[in-house]
Design a protein around this ligand. Structure first.
Ligand code: ATR
Length: 281
């Protein structure tokens, strides 16, 4: 019998998950059906109950339901607890297991696909919201020389750094404190790019041979990547690999088979060029 999975969000038509999981299933020979569910804004639990009652085995969760999924779950992984958000669930009778694969997906893209291990590197993480929280533990697990978290609201940067303090060298700071410092890898985990905005990061943060990584996907050359490019950074990446890898982590969790992500990344890659009509910085 075909096993059923889906992604739930609202809106949902923009989701690439059905395409990605369809490609994974075909490549690995897994007999699954993966659909998209537009969850009613005030009835997340009811929509998930109905999916489970119809035999659904697992869900991906996207905006705005990541916190609802956290509340719905009966068991949450450590990384889901730290992120305070859930992006994948697995149903096992009455049990609802919850995970957050965004951070591990990002890490796998950086280390495996982009060939950039974080061990011994000076790493800068811009932002202290949900995306940054998800990356914290996976990053510190790589033993970077230092992880610096910069955020507009400085308190949130310090709070996040305090959470990671037992796992490695991490500190929070304000953007102005970055003046005079440079890093081997810089991640933009703010939501600024979604509105075409640039976090107030000095262009001097990019060390020679730096990797500049934009977590947002499919926006072309965002203001952040543009800043890095103008500063001479040669290695630029957006979140397409992260998107594919977090999906692959869920697929392994559900099916016990790791799909290759290359074909998905190639299919979904949007060239990192400045979109026409955008104002020059
Ligand atoms: P997400 O789940 O995408 O991380 P979020 O939890 O709302 O979204 O967090 C958004 C992050 O982007 C925050 O770190 C926010 O900074 P503040 O905490 O100071 O608000 C950051 N952010 C959003 N727009 C920004 C901008 N224009 N410049 C700098 N940081 C920005």
């Amino acid at each position: 019998m075909t096993d059923r999975y889906a992604v739930i969000g609202n809106p949902i038509q923009q989701s690439k998950s059905p395409l990605i999981h369809g490609m994974f299933a075909q490549a690995t020979g897994q007999d699954i059906e993966y659909t998209a569910i537009e969850g009613p804004l005030d009835r997340f639990a009811g929509a998930v109950d109905a999916f489970r009652a119809a035999g659904g085995l697992g869900l991906n969760i996207t905006a705005p339901f990541k916190l609802d999924a956290f509340a719905y779950a009966t068991e949450r992984s450590e990384r889901a607890q730290l992120a305070g958000a859930v992006n994948a669930m697995k149903f096992d009778g009455e049990r609802v297991l919850a995970e957050n694969f965004d951070g591990v997906g990002l890490l796998r893209d950086v280390t495996h696909n982009l060939g950039c291990p974080l061990k011994g590197k000076r790493v800068l993480l811009l932002g202290a919201g949900g995306a940054a929280r998800g990356a914290l533990l996976p990053f510190l697990g790589q033993d970077p020389a230092e992880l610096v978290i910069a955020n507009r609201s400085i308190d949130k940067a310090h709070e996040l750094a305090a959470i990671g303090a037992r796992q490695g060298r991490v500190r929070g700071c304000a953007y102005v404190e970055l003046v005079g410092q440079s890093f081997d890898v810089v991640f933009n985990a703010t939501s600024a790019s979604l509105r075409g905005e640039l976090p107030p990061v000095p262009a001097t943060v990019f060390a020679p041979n730096c990797l500049a990584y934009e977590l947002a996907y499919g926006k072309g050359l965002t203001p952040f990547l543009r800043l890095a490019s103008n500063a001479g950074v040669k290695q630029l990446a957006d979140g397409v690999g992260m998107l594919a890898e977090q999906a692959a982590e869920a697929f392994v969790w559900w099916r016990g088979v790791r799909p290759d992500t290359r074909a998905v990344i190639d299919k979904l890659t949007v060239p990192l060029v400045w979109a026409t009509g955008c104002t020059e910085l």
